[in-house]
Ligand binder design. Structure first.
Ligand code: ADP
Length: 388
C-alpha cells in the first residue's frame, strides 16, 4: 500500500462527510457499506458491501486498512477486540466505544469514575422495578432501553404506574429485543438541550468546540445554534471541562459528542454520548476553522488537531427533513439566488418523510437574521414552503 488507508465502517452521511477532508489530507478511505447505494458508497472509490456484524466480513475489510474508524457505533465490540488483538489500530477503540452502545454502562462509568452530573437513575430489571423506582422518586419518569435506541426510539416517558403495563413491555421488546436492560431515569423538565464536541488524539491532545444549543423535534435533531445563546462564560467553561474529563476518562480517539440537558436553574446533566462525528457538530464544516470531520481524521491519524473556534459570532445549522420533493438539487436555484452565504450539504439519500437528507449552515453577526435564513432554506429544500 503506497499511502495510509483508513477504513470507515458504515456508509451513512457521516462517512460521506469524512471524504472531503480525506482528499485534502491525501489519505485513502475505504468503506464498509450496508448496501451499494447508501450515501457514502456513492462517492467513495473503494467500497466493500457487507454486514458489519459478521466477523469474517469485518476482518477481510480491515485487512486492507491501517486504521479502522466509524460512521456509527454498532459494530459488535467482540469483533473489534479481535481486530485489536491482531494489532489493528481501531479508533475509537472498543473499550471506549461501548459507552456509546450501552446507556447503562455509560451511566455507571460516568457516575462511579467521574461523578459527572446525571439525572437520578437506576438499572431496572423489569416493569415492576420501574414502578418501584417511579414510586420512590415520583412520576413522571423516563424509561430507556440500554441498547439499540436512536432518534428517540427506545425512550419512553411514563406518567404513572399504569404506563408500565403490557403495551409498554411489548414496545420495549419490539424496540430492543428480549434481553434488553432498562434504565429508569428522573424526568428532567429541561429548559433546553446542549451539546459539546470534543476531539481527542491518541497522544492525549484534545480540542473542544464552542457549546451548541440543540433543538429536537419528534426525537430528531432539527437545529443547532452555536454558541448556545445566553450561556455564561462560567457555564461554558464547566461544560468544556466536563467534555474534556469524559474524553480523557474513556481514552477516546476522535470525536466525542456529549449531549446535555440544561435545567431551568442553569445546571446541566449528561444525556448521552456519541463517539463519532455528530449531527450537532455539522455547523463546524462551514462555521469553524477546522471541521469536526477533519479533526476526527487528524485524531485517528494522531496528527496535531486543528483550531476548533468559530469563524463568525453565530452559526446556525438546520437539518433538511424529507418531504414530498424527491429532487433536492432542483430546489437549490431558489435558495442560492436568495442567499449567497448559504451553505448546503445534501446526503444523496432517498427522500422519505421526516428523514434527515441534508443540512444547511448559515453564519453571521445577527442571530435572528442567521436563524431566519437557515430555517427558510432548510424548510424550502424539505418542501415545507414553496416561496418567500
Ligand atoms: P436517543 O438514543 O434516541 O438519542 P436519548 O437518550 O438521547 O435517545 O433521548 C432522546 C430524547 O429524549 C432526548 O433528546 C431528550 O429530549 C429526551 N430525554 C432523554 N432522557 C430524558 C430525561 N431523563 N428526562 C427528560 N427527557 C429526556
Amino acid at each position: 500500500m503506497s499511502r495510509t488507508t483508513i477504513g470507515v465502517i458504515g456508509g451513512g452521511q457521516l462517512a460521506r462527510m469524512m471524504y472531503e477532508p480525506a482528499i485534502k489530507l491525501g489519505i485513502g478511505l475505504r468503506l464498509l457499506a450496508e448496501g451499494p447505494d447508501v450515501g457514502a458508497a456513492q462517492i467513495f472509490k473503494d467500497v466493500m458491501v457487507g454486514d458489519y456484524t459478521d466477523e469474517a466480513t469485518v476482518k477481510s475489510f480491515a485487512s486492507n486498512c491501517q486504521i479502522i474508524t466509524f460512521d456509527h457505533e454498532h459494530v459488535p465490540t467482540w469483533i473489534l477486540r479481535g481486530l485489536v488483538a491482531e494489532g489493528k489500530l481501531v479508533r475509537p477503540g472498543p473499550d471506549a466505544l461501548q459507552h456509546a452502545q450501552d446507556k447503562l454502562l455509560m451511566r455507571r462509568r460516568l457516575t462511579t469514575s467521574l461523578d459527572a452530573p446525571a439525572p437520578k437513575w437506576q438499572a431496572c430489571a423489569d416493569a415492576a422495578e420501574l414502578r418501584a423506582f417511579g414510586a420512590e422518586i415520583g412520576f413522571p419518569i423516563i424509561a430507556k432501553a440500554s441498547r439499540g435506541g436512536y432518534d428517540g426510539h427506545g425512550v419512553w416517558k411514563l406518567d404513572g404506574p399504569a404506563d408500565t403495563g403490557i403495551p409498554f413491555e411489548q414496545a420495549l421488546t419490539e424496540s430492543a429485543g428480549e434481553k434488553v436492560e432498562i434504565i429508569g431515569e428522573e424526568f428532567v423538565d429541561f429548559a433546553r438541550e446542549l451539546s459539546v464536541i470534543v476531539v481527542r488524539s491518541p497522544s492525549g491532545q484534545a480540542v473542544v468546540y464552542p457549546v451548541s444549543e440543540t433543538i429536537q423535534r419528534n426525537g430528531v435533531c432539527r437545529e443547532t445554534i452555536t454558541p448556545a445563546p445566553g450561556l455564561s462564560d462560567e457555564q461554558a467553561a464547566g461544560i468544556t471541562r466536563l467534555g474534556l474529563d469524559i474524553a480523557d476518562e474513556l481514552q477516546i480517539t476522535g470525536v466525542l459528542a456529549v449531549e446535555l440537558m440544561q435545567r431551568t436553574d442553569g445546571s446541566v446533566v449528561v444525556n448521552e454520548l456519541a463517539l463519532r462525528p455528530h449531527n450537532t457538530g455539522h455547523w463546524t464544516i462551514d462555521g469553524a476553522h477546522t471541521s469536526q470531520f477533519e479533526n476526527h481524521l487528524r485524531a485517528v491519524l494522531d496528527l496535531p488537531l486543528g483550531d476548533p473556534r468559530a469563524r463568525d459570532p453565530w452559526c446556525v445549522m438546520v437539518n433538511i427533513l424529507g418531504g414530498s420533493n424527491q429532487d433536492l438539487p432542483s430546489e437549490l436555484l431558489h435558495c442560492f439566488a436568495r442567499d449567497p452565504k448559504l451553505r448546503v450539504e445534501l446526503y444523496g439519500k432517498d427522500v422519505r418523510p421526516g428523514r434527515k437528507v441534508g443540512h444547511v449552515n448559515c453564519y453571521g453577526d445577527d442571530l435572528a437574521e442567521v436563524r431566519a435564513r437557515a430555517e427558510h432554506a432548510a424548510r424550502y429544500l424539505g418542501g415545507e414552503i414553496r416561496e418567500g
